[in-house]
Design a protein around this ligand. Structure first.
Ligand SMILES: Nc1ncnc2c1ncn2[C@@H]1O[C@H](COP(=O)(O)OP(=O)(O)OP(=O)(O)O)[C@@H](O)[C@H]1O
Length: 356
């Protein structure tokens, strides 16, 4: 969603100074969340990324009231979660769907039976429940398999059933806890595309917990990076990818790009990166959404500098190009220097890796 269109009204989820400490007689206290401040707006697809043990699952479990928190304020749709009674918690969970890494389907029930489960005790007749479940299976592209059992399905199909089940009570928030971590890359892509489509069609806010930056890049508009229970970076996906600040964020961003491979090639003295006198090995990356797209042809034409592309990794994120190129520049010293100045002015990040 374009930043200007982000709703200014109450956040879907708002956290201020939230902390969570697990007490254990054997292992002592363990701080899982420390001073978390985060606003997730209505309509966001918000990625929360961190390494194993960072506190991601604890965070989502606090959001839907499965865990208590000790300090700060955590509001979902404006309501403080810690003050909800049993009925309030039930309503919170009905309006907050959740999907998991291992799908958590009931093996003894058909797909229809699984999707019908959350509709029990909602005042719907049996027929209404069946119709609704059929409609949901249709929504995730599995209406033909209503009478099959989870064990007969692939992982991606099982996750689709889990998504249908999570949407049964028409939630306006969907929490996804590592929902694609057990899936292969192609299935991951199709599940993320489904989540994006459901977000667009139903207007739901999605909170996506993951340890994979490529997942964030594919569908999120904002993200927060969590490290040892603390948020170390937060912002729009494009901005964080273009200019990651924290060391952990930089290492996550590096996992999504092949550009850093060039450092290994330089170290190994590979012929691919050998330079003749006067040549420059350069990493160029997009730092802004407003980059002049003809930058390569402009520098060769205007500055009489040859540009030889060694690696390329450009993707479209939030409608703008993101990523960069590793190139070998060749020209007179003055021309190369003028071309570098030109690129800096065009909001291209430049890093001279080596000079011949
Ligand atoms: N029930 C619990 N009792 C005690 N400590 C816990 C409990 N649940 C989590 N922790 C601890 O809290 C910290 C955060 O765990 P959490 O599961 O939230 O992290 P995570 O980022 O989701 O990791 P993973 O991706 O491995 O699930 C860890 O140090 C973990 O050992």
């Amino acid at each position: 969603m374009p930043e200007l269109l982000r709703p200014q009204g109450p956040a879907a989820i708002s956290m201020s100074h939230v902390s969570k400490i697990y007490h254990s007689d054997e292992e002592g206290d363990r701080t899982a969340l420390a001073d978390i401040n985060l606003d997730i707006a209505v309509g966001d697809i918000f990625g929360i990324i961190g390494l194993s043990g960072a506190g991601k699952s604890t965070l989502v479990r606090c959001i839907n009231g499965l865990e208590t928190y000790q300090g700060g304020s955590l509001r979902v749709r404006g309501q403080e979660v810690s003050t909800l009674d049993a009925k309030g918690l039930r309503q919170l969970r009905q309006r907050t769907g959740m999907i998991f890494q291992h799908f958590n389907l009931m093996p003894s029930r058909t797909l229809l039976g699984n999707v019908e489960l959350p509709l029990a005790n909602t005042g719907m007749t049996r027929r209404q429940r069946t119709e609704r479940a059929q409609e949901l299976l249709d929504l995730v592209g599995l209406s033909q398999l209503a009478q099959s059992y989870p064990g007969e399905l692939s992982g991606g199909q099982q996750q689709r059933v889990a998504i249908a089940r999570a949407l049964a009570n028409r939630p306006d928030i969907l929490l996804s806890d590592e929902a694609t971590s057990a899936l292969d890359p192609n299935t991951t892509k199709s599940i993320l595309a489904l989540l994006r489509d459901l977000h667009d069609r139903l207007g739901i806010t999605v909170v996506l917990i993951t340890h994979e930056m490529a997942v964030v890049r594919q569908i999120c508009n904002r993200l927060a990076v969590i490290d040892q229970g603390r948020i170390v970076e937060e912002g729009r996906v494009f901005d964080v990818f273009a200019k990651p600040q924290a060391a952990l964020t930089r290492s996550f961003v590096a996992t999504t790009s092949n550009l850093d491979k060039v450092n290994d090639l330089v170290e190994q003295d590979s012929p691919i990166v050998h330079l003749e006198p006067g040549q420059v090995l350069l990493k160029m990356s997009y730092l802004s959404k407003a980059v002049n797209q003809a930058v390569v042809s402009t520098i060769s034409r205007e500055f009489d500098v040859d540009v030889n592309i060694i690696f390329g990794d450009v993707d479209v994120v939030e409608g703008s190009q993101l990523g960069g190129l590793v190139v070998r520049l060749e020209g007179s010293a003055d021309h190369v220097s003028a071309a570098l100045d030109y690129m800096r002015n065009q909001q291209i990040g430049i890093e001279v890796l080596n000079r011949g």
